[in-house]
Design a protein around this ligand. Structure first.
Ligand SMILES: O=C[C@H](O)[C@H](O)[C@H](O)COP(=O)(O)O
Length: 230
């Protein structure tokens, strides 16, 4: 079973949590993509679903599948958001944003009654932080904001270089026109403290720590799918 097969297995298992008539948040990334495909299949079968995509990439995919889309302005409360993660721990704390979609993902998940995470078993870790933590930052004052992020890392007991995410030799620009600083921390000590410190910095739009948001994680392994609940 390849890693992509496991991602698909987790995504298909999440379909058990949705039903016709629901309002859904659609995540972003290679795992969420399988869930969006499954939603497209249900729509073809006649299910009445209306969805909010968490990125332009997901919006395009959903449109190509004929999925009816809405916005949080029209539909501010959703039933379920299903999304992938870069890392998750046993308390269902997540690192997200590897694809740069963390801001819309967090807004959509926080507007949903339930967030379900889907992942292959490589994403499950004892301690968050091996995956670099993405922090979305306004381009104005980037260097000054970076210094404040370094201070927040030190204050919360963390340490690691900040790297401006690049694509094709230029800084990667998010769907919201911002840039991403990836913080290579190794281990995140006290994720709650770090999350609060990062959120207090002017210039930081959002960070990739999703704490207290996911209530179910569906993890696909070689031997089948396991579900963690909070
Ligand atoms: O910004 C991207 C998202 O947070 C993704 O959900 C996350 O990076 C996981 O992506 P993938 O399923 O491709 O590993």
């Amino acid at each position: 079973m390849t890693s992509d097969d496991r991602k698909k297995a987790a995504a298909l298992a999440a379909v058990a949590y949705i039903s016709s008539g629901m309002k859904l948040g659609l995540g972003t990334g290679s795992t969420a993509k399988h869930f969006v495909d499954a939603v497209g299949e249900k729509v073809k079968q006649g299910w009445d679903l209306v969805c909010v995509p968490t990125s332009e990439a997901t919006r395009k995919q959903a449109e190509s599948l004929g999925i009816r889309l809405t916005t949080l302005d029209e539909t501010p409360v959703l039933d379920v958001t299903v999304d992938g993660a870069d890392e998750l721990d046993s308390e269902l704390r997540l690192i997200k944003g590897g694809g740069g979609a963390l801001l819309r993902e967090k807004i959509v998940a926080s507007s949903s009654r339930q967030m379900i995470v889907i992942a292959d078993d490589s994403k499950k870790v004892a301690t968050l932080g091996k995956y670099p933590l993405p922090v979305e930052v306004v381009p104005f004052g980037l260097k000054a904001t970076g210094i404040k992020i370094d201070q927040a890392l030190a204050w919360s007991g963390n340490k690691g270089p900040l790297i401006v995410r690049m694509r094709d030799g230029k800084p990667f620009v998010t769907d919201n026109g911002n840039v991403i600083l990836d913080c290579a921390l190794g281990h995140i000590h006290n994720p709650e403290k770090l999350a609060a410190a990062l959120s207090s910095i002017p210039g930081v739009v959002e960070h990739g720590l999703f704490i207290g948001m996911a209530s179910i994680a569906i993890i696909a392994t070689e031997n089948g799918v396991e579900t963690l609940k909070k």
